[in-house]
Design a protein around this ligand. Sequence first.
Ligand SMILES: Cc1cc2nc3c(=O)[nH]c(=O)nc-3n(C[C@H](O)[C@H](O)[C@H](O)COP(=O)(O)OP(=O)(O)OC[C@H]3O[C@@H](n4cnc5c(N)ncnc54)[C@H](O)[C@@H]3O)c2cc1C
Length: 567
Amino acid sequence: MAMSLPGETGQLPFGDPLVADYLVVGAGAAGLATALCLGKYGSVVLVSKGPPWVSASSRAQGGIACPLPEELDEHAEDTRRAGGALVDEGVLRTYLSRVPDAFAFLEELGVPFERAPNGSLVRVREGGYAHARVARTADHIGRSLTVALTRTLARAPAVRSLTYARLLRILVHEGSAVGALFARRGIPFVVLARTTFLATGGFAGLFARSTHAAHALGEGTFLAWEAGAVLRDLEFVQFHPTALARGRLPLPLLTEALRGSGARIVDEAGVPLLEGIHPLGDLAPRDAVARTLYEEGLRGRSAFLDLRPVANLRQSFPTVWHILHRAGFDPERPVPVTPAAHYAIGGIFASTEGRTTLPRLYALGEAASTGFHGANRLASNSLLEIFVQSLLACEDATRAEAPPPGAETIRRARKVLARVPRGLPDVPKSALLRRVRELLWRRAGIVRDGAELRAARDELLRLRRKLAARVSPEAVPFLPDAAVVGTAALFVRSALAREESRGVHARRDFPRTDERPRHTLLFPPARPETWGWGTADGFPSPEEGDLLRVDAKGTPNGFPSPSAFPR
Ligand SMILES: Cc1cc2nc3c(=O)[nH]c(=O)nc-3n(C[C@H](O)[C@H](O)[C@H](O)COP(=O)(O)OP(=O)(O)OC[C@H]3O[C@@H](n4cnc5c(N)ncnc54)[C@H](O)[C@@H]3O)c2cc1C
């Protein structure tokens, strides 16, 4: 297969499916790392709706968790403490045991980690950490990782990148994922593969205040569910307490490492806002800080970040310095901050190595729910998860090869291509997206209650019905708007079902935490035909499929534990 650069928009054989060994959807850190690894074993097609530098990964600031062998117990304890009794012990142990492999991979990539004169990694402390354990490259770990990954991928002859292409459908044949349908500038195309890896990120971009933008709308989550994968704990969305309070999305992040270096959250009068709220003060876990700032905001008390105690701000935090400079803020005065949706903890239910309940579909990175983060993610654990999980996924999928797409699959793919409407928009209507974002922020945001969540659900279902008025009924399932509204509605459905407060999920009407920690599972809708659509109006309603609350330690009758998910 021809070599191509990530970000390339090369020619496609429209009308005929593209066939590869592996299909990776999403070009954030999870997709890039997985494609790189798989490229050693076979041909890879890497498809994403944006280039690698427009992703959550490229914007990561603080760093990546890097516990040394003698610190694994302490790191496990910090992860558990943040995770609200829902951290999966098996996943935690497996991931921590592979930290050295993940860092060996990053060293090989040439990621320029900060080092002390003796060559050891410089590590900083972040919120929720007992000690400094986060490796960094100044305050732009995401940029460093993205540059290292894309440079290396450009030299990987087996990986072909197709950018600006939107996922429309995961294709399922005889109960297994066989590839996916995409569209670029309104023109559909199909990629068929032995195994499909979904690394489409989270859905925190669905909130009016968010550190994300259009790369994180969660379409992949809805489409995986629609194709037959179980989703888990969608209600757990982490809000970062200190985004710069300015108008446009994505709101720039003022990394937690600033508070690790002495910055303080204060009110208009300069009074520390977090004193007496939590024993860790300014370094309390994110959910506690975000909720305090939100509640204080409702009482009319605004939050500011006082950066003056940070030594050498410009040298130590160049990204933050530039953000403030560009936005016209003087770091010598406290800058206004707001909590903002930041990380989707829940997602496609996946095993340690990314297997889902749908055979031959893997879910990776923020799109997946492995149980590593429980009900609240410890800062900088997400990038660690990505680099461990992508290695495990690659090892797992290449251990026992799935069969290549057969003649019948190819014939069906051609039929699908002939049927899909052309000329549909590549992005959701901006008015609809604005409406969904306002709705989720106001009615399903940091502190929730049943009445507000029900109102959000009803409004989303109304919006969904209105889509049919915009295009012909058979075109509805292929509108980006449909998947966006679908993910938002599934998230609200999960939030409504969790009648307790735990981790990042705070219910005003259910403030207590249940003694029995439970997961929320969303089962996929019934699929009357194997190509993934075919319900009455051509697209399943987010109200379809069972919702089960299951004990964290058990699995429902007849449902396999993640370690037994099919390849
Ligand atoms: C501002 C910011 C700072 C952060 N800082 C840190 C940090 O310091 N440490 C840490 O551990 N974590 C941090 N995080 C979280 C972490 O960066 C993300 O969780 C992680 O990078 C997610 O990686 P990913 O590859 O799963 O998804 P992403 O990086 O979001 O990539 C998703 C990819 O999927 C593609 N895609 C999405 N939908 C579709 C579709 N429908 N069709 C085709 N392609 C699609 C996108 O174009 C993109 O290429 C931060 C996040 C943000 C936003």
